[in-house]
Design a protein around this ligand. Structure first.
Ligand code: AMP
Length: 341
């Protein structure tokens, strides 16, 4: 039987607890500074210590993973810490499609896939000179919203960009992607697609609490005007949402379109967990500004299941456990190659 391994951060606790619930051996790749945290949890069978996550591609780690017959579950930390070439060079079998992670990290590819999936994507602005309405400037990769900022004019953009350069967060304009700002209710739609059962499951919705853009609403306008602080969108926490039931049909359509477009553009497609991220406007139309092509940390809210998993499963079902169950089914049916890359 295979073991389930992941990096010690992001949603590792959920993933390994879910793996243990499904009867797997669990392996945590852990930076030394976090060892004492993860030692608290009995469902982690093996803690493999490293100085930095980049050691994942080194022989010492790869041969341990091979010996334990591990499947690696990718999450946001893997994308934040390694580039696409490094991720694609991982010899350990990766759950889902490791090639689609490149499409998550690269803004141009990301836009292409979202448009191919017929998602309604806010317009991207190719040069700061074209800024003539409220825009959001975002860093590439899985930056978690850190260093993102809003601007209404080129001048404001330049000032805030220079501030980020000074902070050492970016080098220049090339490190930023500018997009029209969409206003409304933010929602992060979590899905799981099983290529074995050819079935899309809607798993839950969350919203993010981002610092300190969320703090702005607590400050009266006159004090906001007097401050020259630049707000960021650094994700601190997530909380659950349920959608109006009339919105669900379109949620499934968006998910299915995304799965279909991915299978054409990035074989073997969008297998496993993913998230479509955006804003419901005043007409309840969804504007998609992002996707994550792997488990998102927002699923940590639903360690014992969500209102939507309760409709599909008669037992507590987290996304971590759902991943483990897919691996178990694939192993039993001799279809592991269908769900790993
Ligand atoms: P992202 O890295 O694209 O997920 O963005 C991080 C955060 O920035 C999101 O959670 C939103 O709060 C905000 N954001 C990103 N793009 C947009 C957009 N086009 N309109 C409004 N808010 C956005």
């Amino acid at each position: 039987m295979v073991s389930i391994a992941t990096l010690g951060s992001h949603c590792a606790l959920q993933v390994l607890k879910g793996a243990k619930d499904e009867g797997f051996q669990t392996v945590l790749l852990c930076e030394k500074k976090r060892e004492s945290l993860y030692q608290r949890f009995k469902f982690i069978d093996e803690i493999f210590l490293m100085d930095s996550f980049s050691e994942l591609v080194e022989d010492r780690c790869q041969s341990m993973l091979e010996k334990s017959n591990s499947v690696l579950i990718p999450h946001g930390t893997l994308i934040a810490q390694m580039n696409s070439e490094q991720i694609e060079s991982i010899k350990t079998p990766v759950f889902g499609n490791k090639h689609i992670l490149r499409w998550e990290s690269d803004r141009a590819l990301k836009d292409k896939l979202m448009k191919a999936a017929n998602l309604n994507v806010p317009k991207s602005i190719t040069s700061p000179k074209q800024i003539n309405s409220l825009v959001i400037a975002k860093r590439h990769g899985a930056a978690g919203g850190k260093g993102y900022f809003l601007a209404s004019t080129e001048e404001e953009y330049n000032k805030k960009r220079d501030h980020l350069v000074k902070q050492g967060l970016i080098n220049d304009d090339n490190d930023l992607y500018i997009q029209e700002y969409s206003s409304g209710v933010l929602a992060y739609l979590q899905f799981f697609y099983s290529p074995i059962n050819n079935e899309l499951e809607f798993f839950g919705v969350d919203k993010r609490h981002e610092s300190d853009i969320d703090g702005l609403a607590r400050i009266p306008a006159e004090n906001q005007l007097a401050s020259d602080k630049i707000s960021s969108f650094n994700v601190i926490a997530n909380s659950p949402l349920v959608l109006r039931e009339s919105l669900l049909d379109n949620v499934y359509k968006m998910g299915e379109n995304f799965v279909e477009a991915s299978s054409k553009l990035v074989p073997p497609g969008m297998n496993g967990p993913f998230c479509i991220e955006g804003v419901y406007d005043e007409e309840a139309h969804f504007h998609t500004f992002e996707f994550s092509a792997r488990i998102v940390a927002g699923t940590n809210i639903f360690m014992t299941g969500s209102p939507y998993t309760a409709l599909i499963y008669d037992e507590p079902m987290s996304m971590g456990r759902r991943i483990a169950r897919e691996i178990k089914q694939a192993e039993t049916e001799n279809k592991l190659k269908n769900i790993l890359t």
